[in-house]
Design a protein around this ligand. Structure first.
Ligand code: FES
Ligand code: FES
Length: 233
């Protein structure tokens, strides 16, 4: 068994590898090393790390650029086409994307911002408009589905001279609007009800208004307004 004496700092206890021959760039010459498979990197550690970071950005960016979404987007744009809509008595020919909702078209292409977008998923009724006599949630209706339809928004409810519709007047008298965000949808639903049933029972009115939520909880006020308006139409 091998034994060691006291530690002697002059002794190389763990000898390292034999020194490599100096690389001269000339292969197999006397005194020169074999041509290595690598080239010496004249690069600082900082520059090396910077290069690694940049390559990560390039790889990430290329995966985005060449992902499947790019051609799909291009296709989407390519099939945009013209739609004819009659809104509040005015006919418009507008270019809309295939996946564009009526609420978007009304608000952002036609500037009719009275139609509100609350939940944007067919739950609150803030976006209610009338299409060919039927109330619809414009946030969940594709504009292409209602092409050539007659649309009525809140902007088309009052008379051209600014006279309020009996529903609007009754809602004011009953102090129905609180924050007012749901009010355009409430008005449109009530008008559509009275257009097809001018003398609804309170249960019929409640049912007709049930698709319009009010965060302020002014349901009774709106209901009383509908019943009051029904006496005036
Ligand atoms: S925004 Fe359309 S139903 Fe809520
Ligand atoms: S009045 Fe505020 S949400 Fe109905």
């Amino acid at each position: 068994m091998q034994t060691y004496g006291p530690y002697d700092p002059s002794v190389d206890y763990v000898p390292g590898p034999a020194p490599r021959p100096k690389y001269t760039g000339r292969a197999n010459e006397a005194g020169g090393a074999e041509t290595p498979s690598w080239r010496p990197l004249h690069m600082s550690r900082r520059n090396f790390l910077r290069g690694v970071a940049c390559s990560g950005v390039v790889i990430g960016g290329s995966s985005y650029l060449f992902s499947g979404t790019t051609p799909a987007r291009a296709d989407t744009r390519a099939v945009e086409r013209l739609v004819r809509l009659t809104v509040n008595g005015r006919t418009h020919s507008i270019e809309v994307a295939p996946n564009e909702t009526l609420a978007t078209t009304l608000r952002y292409r036609l500037g009719l911002t009275g139609t509100k977008i609350g939940c944007n998923q067919a739950e609150c009724g803030a976006c209610t408009v009338i299409a060919d006599g039927i109330t619809i949630y414009s946030c969940s209706t594709l504009t292409h589905r209602v092409r050539d339809s007659e649309i009525t928004t809140i902007e088309g409810i009052a008379g051209e001279d600014g006279t309020l519709h009996p529903v609007q007047q009754a809602f004011i008298e009953e102090l129905a609007p609180q924050c007012g965000f749901c009010t355009p949808g409430q008005v449109v639903s009530a008008v559509a009800l009275l257009n097809r049933n001018p003398k609804p029972t309170i249960e019929e009115a409640r049912l007709a208004m049930s698709g319009n939520l009010c965060r302020c909880g002014a349901y009774d006020h709106y209901l009383r307004g509908v019943m009051k308006a029904s006496e005036r139409v």
